[in-house]
Design a protein around this ligand. Structure first.
Ligand code: LR7
Ligand code: MN
Length: 576
């Protein structure tokens, strides 16, 4: 924890127990009142250095106060200390019924205190880290559509309970045209009773999370905007390291480690600090293992800020002015998706940094399905948003996106000229720069000779991943010219890759497999000869051959004989 210069008497605030929707006004501790007075009249100026740019923050003086008091477990209640909640068998029917409302176990969530205690999940090295004595204030912006009462208010309470009061300017709740009774008047009245300023804004018409966040951001009075999803729980010490990092460099966008709150049991499960954000050819956000290179840059200190190529999108802090300087969000994006990659690319390409701060942990309820409607259709919306990312930020690498998503070319992207102008105006760097400098481990190869389908001369069929996973066999079927599973990149590193996976042959005879690309040559190195049209496995010297008719469409590796069955065409018929 932090070093506190004044030794005050610790007055822990005991909150009345709060179950489900039956919450009463919480008694305010003497400490909270003290904070309030203190913040109002005692501000001092602080200076932040950011690559030569100086930003002046009106900051509150951290020397005079302590972090929020630890929330003590309320004994006898389910889920305390982040434990799993188990529903008795006789309530299983009800549980299943309620699950459908939000695609998480609402019955379990409703049984847990809004103020539930959590374990301190930080690494030991985080607990006695010293943060600057000057930190900016933050406003928390939480957008939601049809969120459950208990998850929304537990998010709010976890912010209140675990943020040093002077750093917390306000909480801004943005209701994106919800249709649930409890999110109406009842919510507005409830937030009046909270010990920090909380406002409820409404979009009135369904706007999607991106435009809802823009509405919230407009009302921010703090110096830093912190976005959270509406089903999160902040843990001890979550806020200070985020703000401290922004003070060091105001062009840093910072994310906590996003821990898992189980959608089945609401158990709080600590996530790995060895993963960072990436993306695949479909432009889905994905977690990948942090490469050794980045560990070395951090001197193998797992508590040090981790530079991440992309962020998940829901939980991050950003200097308010920098948020606007950088072009806030793309208003042309609807409902859900894409904005996280858009902002990630934009931050990096336009001179900022994106980091995961491992000493900050916030839990999030991860669910398998989305509970709400996507007016106009899920895939149309998600593809529309992703196409805008590709069109504005990815230069020629947008081809990977279009090749991989057969449906994408028929979805209109709308007008992206304003976003392209933004890119010009900010003099942002190219996607090539991003791949070279930020994300050399990317699934999208930096140098490649070819992107498209790979056709056998004899059978006229195409190599096809059949949508299979790493470790499974490569397949082959008739060519459909639609891309997707029949798209491969032939790279300068001699890989034949499809998204995450590479053609891999570990033995001379066995079927050719799809294996996670490792980038080290070996069994994944293939030499394509444009003249004799063979694809030679470098390690074994054998040639890729069409499947035997009896062989379940499995392409083979055989001694080279230069027959049409071993000849392949890398020329694409489809256009993007
Ligand atoms: O139309 C909508 N209006 C909204 O206000 C749709 C959604 N929302 C709200 C919703 O109620 C929620 O509070 O927006 C928030 C995010 O929606 P979720 O929880 O359905 O999204 P998610 O957690 O599945 O998705 C992740 O990716 C999204 C892409 O657009 C957003 O960036 C989410 O914020 C993001 N969540 C996280 O980063 C948490 C970690 C998940 C991972 C990986
Ligand atoms: Mn979410």
């Amino acid at each position: 924890s932090l070093v506190w210069f004044l030794v005050d008497v610790v007055i822990l605030s005991f909150y009345s127990e709060c179950l489900g929707s039956s919450c009463k006004k919480q008694p305010q501790s003497a400490e909270l009142n003290y904070y309030d007075d203190y913040e109002a009249k005692d501000k001092i100026e602080g200076v932040s250095h950011s690559n030569g740019v100086q930003a002046t923050y009106k900051q509150t003086d951290l020397r005079r106060w302590r972090p929020a008091p630890t929330v003590l477990p309320a004994h006898g209640l389910p889920g305390e200390m982040g434990k799993a909640v188990h529903i008795p068998p006789e309530q299983e029917g009800l549980m299943k019924e309620k699950f459908k409302l939000n695609q998480f176990n609402l019955l379990a969530s409703d049984m847990i205190s809004l103020n539930r205690s959590l374990a301190d999940v930080r690494l030991e090295g985080c607990k006695d880290k010293k943060y600057p004595k000057l930190l900016p204030t933050t406003s928390i912006v939480i957008v939601f559509h049809n969120e459950a009462w208990s998850t929304l208010l537990r998010t709010v309470w976890s912010v209140i309970n675990r943020s040093p009061r002077p750093l917390l300017k306000e909480i801004i709740l943005v209701d994106d045209a919800s249709e649930r009774e409890h999110l109406g008047r009842k919510l507005e009245e409830y937030v009046q009773t909270l010990p920090v300023p909380v406002i409820v804004l409404r979009t009135h018409k369904r706007s999607g999370l991106i435009r809802a966040r823009l509405l919230g951001a407009k009302h921010v009075k703090g110096q830093v905007i912190t976005f959270l999803d509406a089903h999160c729980e902040c843990t001890e010490g979550w806020l200070e390291p985020l703000l401290a990092r922004i003070v060091q460099d105001r062009k840093t966008v910072v994310c906590p480690i996003i821990d898992v709150i189980s959608d089945e049991t609401f158990e709080y499960i600590t996530a790995s600090d060895m993963t960072w954000g990436g993306f695949n050819w479909k432009l889905n956000f994905r977690w990948y293992r942090v490469p050794q290179r980045e560990m070395e840059r951090r001197n193998n200190d797992r508590t040090a800020p981790l530079r991440t190529p992309t962020m998940a999108g829901g939980l991050f802090s950003i200097d308010k002015e920098y948020f606007y300087e950088l072009g806030s969000y793309d208003e042309g994006m609807d409902i859900w998706g894409g904005e996280n990659l858009e902002m990630s690319f934009r931050v990096w390409q336009c001179g900022g940094k994106l980091e995961i701060i491992p000493c900050s942990h916030v839990g999030h309820v991860f669910r398998d399905k989305s509970p709400y409607t996507f007016p106009g259709g899920v895939s149309k919306i998600v593809l529309h948003n992703a196409a805008r990312v590709a069109e504005v930020w990815m230069d020629e690498w947008r081809d990977f996106y279009y090749a991989m998503n057969p449906g994408a070319r028929s979805v209109p992207v709308g007008d992206v000229s304003a976003r392209r102008e933004l890119r010009e105006r900010l003099k942002c760097k190219s996607f090539r720069w991003y791949l070279e400098n930020v994300y050399p481990e990317s699934q999208m190869p930096l140098e490649y000779y070819y992107l498209g389908d790979i056709r056998n001369v004899e059978t006229k069929n195409c190599l096809d991943t059949m949508g299979r996973k790493s470790g499974e066999n490569l397949g082959m079927t008739y060519c459909h010219n639609l891309g997707g599973n029949q798209v491969f990149a032939y790279t300068k590193r001699q890989q034949i890759m499809s998204d995450d996976n590479c053609l891999d042959a570990s033995n001379k005879k066995g079927p050719v497999k799809l294996v996670r690309c490792h980038g080290m040559g070996g069994n994944q190195a293939w030499a394509y000869d444009e003249v004799d049209k063979t694809i030679k496995h470098v390690n074994t010297g054998s040639c890729l051959q069409r499947p035997d008719p009896s062989d379940m469409n499995l392409p083979l590796l055989r001694p080279c004989n230069y027959s049409p069955g071993q000849q392949w065409i890398m020329e694409s018929d489809f256009k993007w």
